[in-house]
Ligand binder design. Sequence first.
Ligand SMILES: [Ca+2]
Ligand SMILES: [Ca+2]
Length: 245
Amino acid sequence: MSIMKVLCLLLLHVALVTPGTQICKDPDENAYSIITCGAPGKNGLPGLNGANGAKGEPGPPGLQGIAGPPGAKGDRGANGEPGLQGPKGERGDSMGPAIESLKLQISGMDSRLRDLQANFENQEKDIARSRNKNYILNRFEVTYDEAKTICASGGGQLAVPRTQEENQAIFSLRKKVQMHTFMGINDLQYEGDFRDLSGQVIRYFNWRAGEPNNLRNNEDCVEMWDDGRWNDENCASKLFFICEF
Ligand SMILES: [Ca+2]
Ligand SMILES: [Ca+2]
């Protein structure tokens, strides 16, 4: 070992035990040298702000908010302006008079129906009986001939009282109404010769006083008054009537 190398090792040893020194290698001479290291420098000033970075990607959508309670009902608005007038309507049909006519007819039918119902309801009350016959009072006004026809159409005939008992039975119906009633007796064939509808001579009579008087020479049909007695009357008069069966 050369003297130089020994000296260098010695210096190196001193450097290792001496604070503030360190061994530095000279890169050009491939040799070591001993230098004294200074105290660490202070921090320098902050650097300048850097340029803005690139724009980031958009974030995920946020959570939907919760709906609040409905608001209070608002006040009613003011009335609007009236609308425009509509187009003129079509002319009405001609059924008006026909409908009115039908109404009148229906009203008349209703009235007639009520009459029939009343007549039907009175039927039971308007029946009388004698020993051999039944009598029915008819409460509508007809002529003598019409009364004959109606009784015959029902299988009977205009009532003829042939005894006091039968006269009393017929009178029990006659006094129910304020109208004289035709009976099946007349002197149409010979004046003063009263007979029944089959031409048989009448033998029982119950005339009112002064009857038959053939007033105005025109009384050939017999009616019963409200006292049960008889009168000769104009056959064209319209009266209630009593049928016998
Ligand atoms: Ca007469
Ligand atoms: Ca008379």
